[in-house]
Design a protein around this ligand. Structure first.
Ligand code: FES
Length: 141
């Protein structure tokens, strides 16, 4: 192989191997996010699911675990992250007492997520919640 041919083939190989990287670097990010987020609102269930029991637990929602309390006709839905801030158990909504209680060590939280009884010391994370076209949607409060 002549020196000129060798340089030609090395140059051609370098160009061919660099081209995909150059194309990838120049392409713009045009793909939309896969979630159905609209203004930060994320769907966690349907209004029918909520109305069955007056609460809707979505363990794997796009924003993480969410427990929504209320009826679809309510103007003020409550939504919290049901993970107890003491040691991570899932709290349950007690409709009669209007509070969240933890089955593990007895912590209790008000409808606003604030601690009413320990051992937990930190409030539950809350979300804004509403009904949108028969879907229950939430976003961080
Ligand atoms: S994990 Fe809820 S009170 Fe301990």
């Amino acid at each position: 192989m002549k020196r000129r041919d060798f340089i030609y083939w090395v140059g051609l190989g370098w160009l061919a191997s660099s081209l995909p990287v150059a194309i990838a670097a120049c392409s713009s990010q045009t793909t939309a996010p896969k979630s159905s987020a609209s203004g930060g609102w994320q769907t966690v269930g349907t209004s029918a699911e909520l109305d069955q029991t007056g609460q809707l637990l979505a363990k794997n929602s796009p924003v993480g675990p969410v427990l929504v309390v209320g009826k679809s006709t309510d103007t003020n839905l409550t939504a919290v992250n049901p993970t107890c801030t003491h040691a991570g158990c899932t709290v349950a909504w007690q409709a009669q007492a209007k509070k969240f209680s933890c089955p593990c060590h007895g912590s209790e939280y008000g409808i606003d997520g604030k601690v009413q009884r320990g051992p937990a010391t930190t409030a539950l994370k809350t979300y804004a919640a509403k009904i949108e076209r028969n879907s229950v949607v939430v976003k961080p409060a």
